[in-house]
Design a protein around this ligand. Structure first.
Ligand SMILES: *[C@@H]1O[C@H](CO)[C@@H](O)[C@H](O)[C@H]1NC(C)=O
Ligand SMILES: *[C@@H]1O[C@H](CO)[C@@H](O)[C@H](O)[C@H]1NC(C)=O
Length: 167
């Protein structure tokens, strides 16, 4: 009898643990959009004359994020933040960026991006370090793929492929 009671209590506890784990399980959201980094919406803040490679150059951006490759396609949000040429040979940007969503489903929610952006590589990965609203307590990563690059004019279009685990 006592044994049955113990088993019942054990099963009840197990059910409670399983339930709370299901409630706390993170959701996965996958998003693809296009980062329109054009010289009309990003600017050079400082440039160190002593480094021909561009090392130490700081850029600030308020770039459009769009649903398709076309610059004039619908906006899903803006990329607000900065990037710094942080490799001596000029091959790496350190990115510190907020993706501020403005379209219906994710309007007002943000993702914070940080990482090493090796601009001459077609694909690179940066981390999602934080987020707000629907994207609270996120973990995730972004694969960036350069679809267009004109370094002299400071223009680029980057495909952003985000995988976000959040609550
Ligand atoms: C901005 O980009 C356009 C188009 O590529 C180019 O003609 C112009 O010279 C660039 N402006 C600057 C300041 O680099
Ligand atoms: C985005 O990344 C996923 C893998 O995480 C891949 O299956 C998918 O094809 C990628 N989408 C694009 C448009 O590159």
């Amino acid at each position: 009898m006592a044994q049955t009671k113990h088993i019942l209590i054990f099963l009840l506890l197990l059910a409670m643990v399983t339930f709370s784990e299901a409630v706390n399980a993170p959701k996965t959201t996958k998003m693809v959009f296009y980062w329109q980094d054009w010289n009309t919406t990003s600017a050079t803040v400082t440039k160190l004359p002593s480094y021909k490679s561009g090392f130490g150059t700081i850029y600030v951006a308020d770039d459009k994020l769009t649903v398709s490759l076309d610059r004039n396609s619908a906006q899903v949000g803006r990329a607000h933040g900065m990037y710094v040429t942080s490799a001596l040979d000029g091959s790496d940007f350190h990115i510190l960026m907020s993706f501020v969503f403005t379209s219906k489903e994710y309007n007002g929610n943000t993702l914070e991006i940080q990482g090493s952006d090796r601009l001459f590589e077609k694909y690179r990965e940066v981390s999602i370090v934080s987020g707000t609203g629907k994207f609270r307590l996120p973990r995730g990563f972004i694969i960036m793929e350069t679809l267009f690059l004109d370094i002299k004019a400071n223009n680029a279009i980057i495909l952003v492929n985000a995988t976000i685990l959040h609550y």
